[in-house]
Design a protein around this ligand. Structure first.
Ligand code: OAD
Length: 474
C-alpha cells in the first residue's frame, strides 16, 4: 500500500507537528522576464517528509509521486534539494544557478508564469543544461537516495530534554560514543575545531594534517608522526565531569558500553571498567615494533617521544644499524637514512598501538559492537564530529527505534539525532544529572550543581545549552 508523505505528525507527548507545505508532483514555474525556473522554498519538514516517503515506499513509487511525467535536469536538482542535499561540483552549481531563481520574492506575474509553465510542461520540456551536467546530476541524485536509504530517520515522538531524561531514568543498556570533545575542558585540544590539533600542525605543510596518523606515511617515514607525537601524549590522572557522568551511568547499572575514539585513556582514571570500555582507535597503553611486532607497555616510549627520538626495538636494532650505517645516533628523528635504500625508514621502529588511518580497528571493537548495537536501548554521542568511519557508522547501525542523542558543541549535520543538545558537554551533563536528581562523582560536582542553565530551543529537537550568568551580589 502506498504510504503518503506525512501531512501532520501526531502531537502525543507534546511533540511538535510536522507540516508538509509543498504539493506533488511539484510543477516548477518559470519567471516571465528572465525565463529562469522558479524554485520553491524547501523547508526542513518538506525534506523530512520526502525522506520518510522514500524510506517507506520503493524507489519507483517515490519518483512517480514526486516528479511530473516530463522532467529535465532542473527537476532532478529539485529532487536532490528535496532530499536535503546539494551539488558539490562548482561548474554544475553555477550552470544550475544561471537557470534558477528562488521564489522568495514571488510576484503575481510569476504566479501567472507558473501556470504558463504547466501548459509548457504538457508540451515539450527542454533541458537548459548540457548533457554532461545532466549525467552528473543523476549521479548526485542516486547518491542522495542511497544516503537517505542508509541513514536513520528521527523518531517522531522524541525531541525534548524531558523525553531524554525520562528515557535515561529507565534505560538499562546505554551505548555512549565519545570523541575528543569530552577532554577539551582539561586543556587537551580536539582534532578538527579551529583551535584543534589539525590546525595547530598546519605549519608542517602536510597536504592533509591527518597524514601524521597515516600508516603508509609512518612506514615510509616515522619522523612525520614522532615530530608531533609529544603533542598528543596523554596527560595522567585527570578526567572531566563528562567522564564522571559516564562513570555515574556505570554505577547506576545503565552503561552497556563506552565506545571512545580517544587515545588518552582518561576513562580509566574516571573509573570506567575495562570491560565497559572500547578504545576504538587504540591507545598509548602499549607500543609495538612495526617489523617484528614485539609489544611493550606504552609508557616505556614516553621519554623517547618527549625527547623527539625514534623509539627502537632492541630485537631489530642490529639489523637496522646495518641498513642505516650512516646514522651516528640511530634514534634521532631525522634518520640519516640512505634515500635509495629499499628498506623503509620505519624498520625496527616502535609505534604506539593507536589506530592509524589505513589500519584495522582493534578486534575488540568488531567483536563487541555487533552484539551491543542489538542490545542497546539508548545511544548518546558526545564530543565528536563523527567524521571517521567505521565508528561514525554506529549511528546508522543501531536499530531505528532506539533514541539517539547528540551532546556536542557543534551540530553534526550528516547524522539524524532525535535530540541535539548543543553546548559544552560538562554543562549538558550537569544539567541532565540535575534534572534526574543524580550526582556526578567528580570533585567539581558541588560547584557544578549550583549552576543554572539556559536551554534555548533553536529548532525541533535542537537546544542550545549555556550557563546562566551569575547574579551580581548586592
Ligand atoms: P573532532 O575534533 O573531529 O570533533 C570533536 C567534536 O567535539 C567537535 O564537533 C567539537 O565541536 C566538539 N567539542 C569540542 N569541545 C567540546 C566540549 N567541551 N563539549 C562538547 N563538544 C565539544 O574529534 P573526534 O570526532 O573525536 O583519530 O575525531 C575522531 C578521530 O579523528 C580521532 O579519534 C582521531 C582523529 O583523526 C585518530 O587519531 C585515529
Amino acid at each position: 500500500m502506498l504510504k503518503r508523505p506525512q501531512e501532520e505528525e501526531s502531537d502525543n507527548n507534546g511533540t511538535k507537528k510536522l507540516k508538509a507545505r509543498l504539493t506533488y508532483p511539484c510543477i516548477l514555474g518559470k519567471d516571465k522576464v528572465t525565463g529562469k525556473f522558479i524554485f520553491p522554498a524547501i523547508t526542513k519538514d518538506d525534506v523530512m517528509n520526502a525522506r520518510l516517503f522514500l524510506k517507506n515506499n520503493d524507489l519507483k513509487t517515490f519518483l512517480e509521486y514526486f516528479l511530473p511525467v516530463e522532467v529535465n535536469s532542473i527537476y532532478i536538482y529539485f529532487m536532490i534539494k528535496l532530499l536535503g542535499f546539494d551539488v558539490k561540483d562548482k561548474e554544475l552549481f553555477m550552470a544550475l544557478n544561471s537557470n534558477i531563481t528562488s521564489n522568495k520574492e514571488r510576484s503575481t506575474s510569476i504566479e501567472v508564469s507558473a501556470v504558463q509553465a504547466k501548459v509548457e510542461h504538457e508540451g515539450e520540456l527542454t533541458d537548459p543544461l548540457e548533457k554532461k551536467h545532466a549525467v552528473k546530476l543523476i549521479k548526485d541524485l542516486q547518491k542522495a537516495i542511497n544516503k537517505v536509504l542508509s541513514t536513520r530517520l528521527r523518531l517522531p515522538n522524541f525531541n525534548t530534554i524531558d523525553h531524554f531524561t525520562a528515557t535515561l531514568r529507565n534505560a538499562k543498556k546505554i551505548l555512549v560514543l565519545t570523541g575528543a570533545g569530552v577532554s577539551t575542558s582539561l586543556g587537551i585540544p580536539d582534532f578538527r575545531s579551529s583551535e584543534g590539533f589539525y590546525s595547530k600542525i598546519r605549519h608542517l605543510g602536510l597536504e592533509d594534517p591527518q597524514d601524521v596518523f597515516n600508516l603508509d606515511i609512518f612506514l615510509q617515514d616515522p619522523s612525520v608522526f614522532y615530530n608531533i607525537a609529544h603533542m598528543v601524549l596523554p596527560p595522567e590522572n585527570m578526567y572531566s565531569p563528562l567522564h564522571s557522568f559516564i562513570k555515574m551511568l556505570q554505577d547506576k547499572g545503565k552503561l552497556l558500553r563506552n565506545y571512545t575514539q580517544n587515545i588518552d585513556n582518561l576513562e580509566s582514571y574516571a573509573g570506567i571498567d575495562p570491560d565497559k570500555l572500547v578504545q576504538c582507535h587504540g591507545s598509548f597503553a602499549t607500543a609495538s615494533c612495526v617489523t617484528c611486532h614485539w609489544q611493550i607497555p606504552g609508557e616505556k616510549i614516553f621519554d623517547n617521544i618527549r625527547n623527539l627520538e625514534l623509539p627502537l626495538c632492541p630485537y631489530c636494532y642490529q639489523k637496522r644499524k646495518q641498513y642505516f650505517p650512516m646514522s651516528n645516533a640511530n634514534n634521532t628523528i631525522q634518520t640519516n637514512a640512505n634515500f635509495n635504500s629499499p628498506i623503509l625508514k620505519s624498520y625496527g621502529v616502535l609505534k604506539p598501538d593507536m589506530t592509524f588511518f589505513g589500519e584495522a580497528l582493534p578486534s575488540r571493537f568488531h567483536k563487541t559492537i555487533r552484539k551491543d548495537i542489538l542490545e542497546c536501548d539508548l545511544l548518546i554521542c558526545i564530543g565528536t564530529s563523527l567524521k571517521v568511519a567505521p565508528v561514525s557508522e554506529i549511528v546508522n547501525m543501531v536499530p531505528s527505534h532506539v533514541p539517539q542523542i547528540l551532546i556536542n558543541r557543534d551540530m553534526v549535520t550528516h547524522a539524524e539525532f532525535d535530540l541535539n543538545l548543543l553546548g559544552f558537554c560538562d554543562d549538558v551533563a550537569s544539567l541532565v544529572a540535575k534534572k534526574c536528581h543524580w550526582d556526578i562523582p567528580h570533585k567539581k560536582w558541588q560547584d557544578l550543581k549550583k549552576i543554572d542553565y539556559n536551554c534555548t530551543e533553536i529548532d525541533i529537537g535542537t537546544y542550545k545549552i549555556k550557563k546562566q550568568p551569575r547574579k551580581k551580589q548586592q
